[in-house]
Design a protein around this ligand. Structure first.
Ligand SMILES: NC(=O)c1ccc[n+]([C@@H]2O[C@H](COP(=O)([O-])OP(=O)(O)OC[C@H]3O[C@@H](n4cnc5c(N)ncnc54)[C@H](OP(=O)(O)O)[C@@H]3O)[C@@H](O)[C@H]2O)c1
Length: 251
């Protein structure tokens, strides 16, 4: 089937750039109508919406600050009101801050780390909770993690790793809770991509690439394809899974 997601409504958080934009394109190419979120890049989000509409689907962008859990119910209400329902949720939006600084570094910005925990972890859970209430039967939730959530590999990533590892547990618990409605919940652990996300220092990047089985960074489209597979009817018997799309970092 060339359009396996025809008639489906998807929400991709953080769809204005990077992996989120690649995922929005991939879902649209499979026929889904796509809502995206952004926090500050209104112009970039509008460009992605235009691109998605050019692919023949309905698309819209919603501004929200995922770090503020109180905003999640309004976001989901707005998507459902604008699109007529919700079948697919891709929790992609996240930040990486203070990377490379060890937990005993006197200069570490704890407030920035706390905001990362709110954005990457409690904010994602708030969106899943709100979405689970309205998602149609046989829906799909795909959470974007990182290989670092399973294997940190280098110093200076404890907090980021914790946000992603926490989501592994939530993914499995939510899979158990929602299976009776045919809703699957899975995680894709992405790997190194040269997006706008805080880049590791050149030395750390070199160490990370040398840690990979496939020794190169990835194109976001490679991981977007994995997410789209999990969002498709073909993945109907996959739930609670943690799928690595990170060049064998965790191998
Ligand atoms: N890049 C990597 O090497 C890598 C490796 C492993 C895993 N990952 C994971 O892959 C996912 C995508 O990363 P990326 O590299 O594509 O990131 P990115 O290029 O930095 O894009 C982040 C996206 O998240 C949105 N966002 C950030 N904070 C937000 C907030 N508080 N509320 C709502 N939206 C917010 C941004 O919106 P604005 O444009 O408005 O700021 C943007 O759309 C993340 O889950 C990340 O942890 C990335």
């Amino acid at each position: 089937m060339s359009n396996p997601l025809q008639g489906k409504i998807a929400l991709v958080t953080g769809g204005s750039r990077g992996l989120g934009a690649a995922t929005a394109r991939s879902l649209a190419d499979a026929g889904a109508d796509v809502a995206i979120t952004y926090v500050s890049s209104a112009g970039k989000a509008a460009e992605i919406v235009k691109e998605l509409e050019g692919r023949g689907v309905h698309a819209a962008a919603f501004q929200t600050d995922q770090a503020d859990t109180a905003q999640a119910p309004r976001l989901i209400d707005d998507v459902v009101a604008g699109f007529g329902g919700l079948d697919i949720l891709v929790n992609n939006a996240a930040i990486s801050v203070e990377s490379g600084k060890t937990i005993d570094d006197p200069d570490v910005d704890v407030a920035a780390l706390d905001r990362m925990h709110a954005t990457n972890y409690t904010g994602v859970i708030a969106i899943i909770r709100a979405a689970a209430k309205v998602m149609r039967d046989n829906g799909r939730i795909v959470n974007v993690g990182s290989g670092i959530g399973s294997r940190v590999g280098v110093p200076g990533f404890a907090d980021y790793a914790a946000t992603k590892a926490g989501l592994v547990g939530y993914t499995k618990g939510a899979a158990r809770d929602l299976a009776r409605r045919g809703i699957t919940v899975n995680m894709v652990q992405a790997g190194l991509m040269m997006t706008d996300m805080e880049p590791p220092s050149p030395e750390v990047l070199k160490a990370m690439v040398s840690n990979l089985s496939i020794q190169r960074v990835s194109d976001p489209a490679e991981t977007a394809a994995v997410i789209t597979f999990l969002a498709s009817p073909a993945a109907s018997y996959v739930t609670g899974a943690v799928l690595d799309s990170n060049g064998g970092y965790t191998a």
